[in-house]
Ligand binder design. Structure first.
Ligand SMILES: NC(=O)C1=CN([C@@H]2O[C@H](COP(=O)(O)OP(=O)(O)OC[C@H]3O[C@@H](n4cnc5c(N)ncnc54)[C@H](O)[C@@H]3O)[C@@H](O)[C@H]2O)C=CC1
Ligand SMILES: O=CCc1c[nH]c2ccccc12
Length: 297
């Protein structure tokens, strides 16, 4: 089955695979994005906190692509204690765009305890046309429940998704399906990048050998089987070509079950969500420093 164009609850169509730009140094971003677009990516994912929106924008300009031919997502990450209204203006400026396709709250920690208020600020951005769709990232069911009385449901929830966290994440995935919220899966290759030698390797390598494909393609095909948007990355053109080729790789129900059974024997969410806390702590310190600076002025 080729990559689907996934329909969001606001009627817009999002390309099923996106090129992620987290951790790409500024001096490499423009080239990497150009390579991604060259091999067929038409969906780029960045964020305020990645610090490379300017270079993403430069790449988009260099391609000469029509604005409607590329999907651009960015996120409000709360850098320097910004609120969404200020952050979106800065992001659009850096990207050199009049609108983004999707604007996300990067983490519920940015808006707790008043999640509804934070979401209302995102709705304002939607109304102003600064983003065509709005959504959230790293939201739990309890966070999403706070938004149930909003007239606008998040279009997506961008979350960590790979076989080692699938069993624990299933209730969230099911909740999102029920509410019409599309899942965007980030870090799908964690079994290869952060837990090589783990129980998922056995079925993944066996399936890869049987199909004559690479193990990373099997993991991305597994995400595809869930109907989620895939967010992945590489600086290498050949890898990006392999990711794109996943459009033509379909797993059987037995393959999917074998991967999930092995995934359930792995370490689970606690092992893989560690980075979020230090990052958010860093942002909080940055915010506190800014508030102190404004108070001293
Ligand atoms: N909203 C959020 O909080 C987050 C969003 N993201 C988004 O998702 C994007 C993708 O996330 P990643 O964690 O980078 O994705 P990922 O799990 O797809 O990992 C990509 C890495 O895997 C490597 N790789 C590919 N094949 C491999 C193999 N066979 N063996 C070993 N390594 C291999 C690639 O070279 C690349 O460095 C990010 O760039 C960002 O845009 C990522 C993390 C958090
Ligand atoms: O997006 C990737 C991980 C990350 C980097 N900075 C933040 C801030 C808030 C949530 C997640 C992240």
């Amino acid at each position: 089955m080729p990559f689907k164009e996934i329909k969001l609850n606001d009627g817009r169509i999002i390309p099923q695979i996106g090129f992620g730009t987290w951790k790409i140094p500024q001096d490499k971003t423009q080239d990497n994005v150009l390579t991604a677009i060259d091999v067929g990516f038409d969906h780029i994912d960045t964020a305020q906190v990645y610090g490379n929106e300017l270079q993403v924008g430069a790449a988009l300009k260099e391609t000469g692509l029509k604005r409607s031919d590329v999907w651009v997502t960015t996120k409000w990450s709360g850098v320097a204690a910004t609120r969404p209204a200020q952050a979106i203006k800065q992001s659009l400026d850096k990207l050199g765009l009049e609108y983004v396709d999707l604007y996300l709250i990067h983490s519920p920690r940015l808006v707790r305890p008043n999640i509804f208020q934070g979401w209302s600020e995102m709705v304002d951005i939607l109304k102003k046309g600064q983003s065509k769709s709005i959504g959230v990232s790293n939201f739990l069911i309890s966070d999403l429940q706070e938004l149930e009385s909003s007239p606008i449901t998040p279009a997506v929830n961008q979350i960590l998704l790979h076989p080692y966290v699938y069993a624990q994440t299933k209730p969230l995935i099911e909740y999102c399906a029920q509410k019409g919220i599309v899942i965007e899966a980030y870090s799908p290759l964690v079994p290869l990048t952060q837990y090589p030698g783990g129980p998922v390797d056995k079925p993944v390598y066996a399936i890869a050998e049987r199909l004559g494909v690479a193990p990373e393609q099997v993991l991305l095909a597994w995400i595809k089987s869930k109907g989620a948007v895939i967010l992945t990355t590489s600086s290498k053109k050949e890898r990006l070509e392999r990711y794109q080729a996943v459009a033509d790789i379909d797993l059987t129900d037995e393959d999917i079950e074998a991967i999930e059974l092995a995934g359930a024997k792995g370490p689970g969410l606690a092992r893989f969500r560690k980075y979020v806390k230090p990052v958010v702590l860093g942002l909080a310190l940055q915010g506190a420093a800014y508030v102190a600076y404004r108070w001293l002025l």
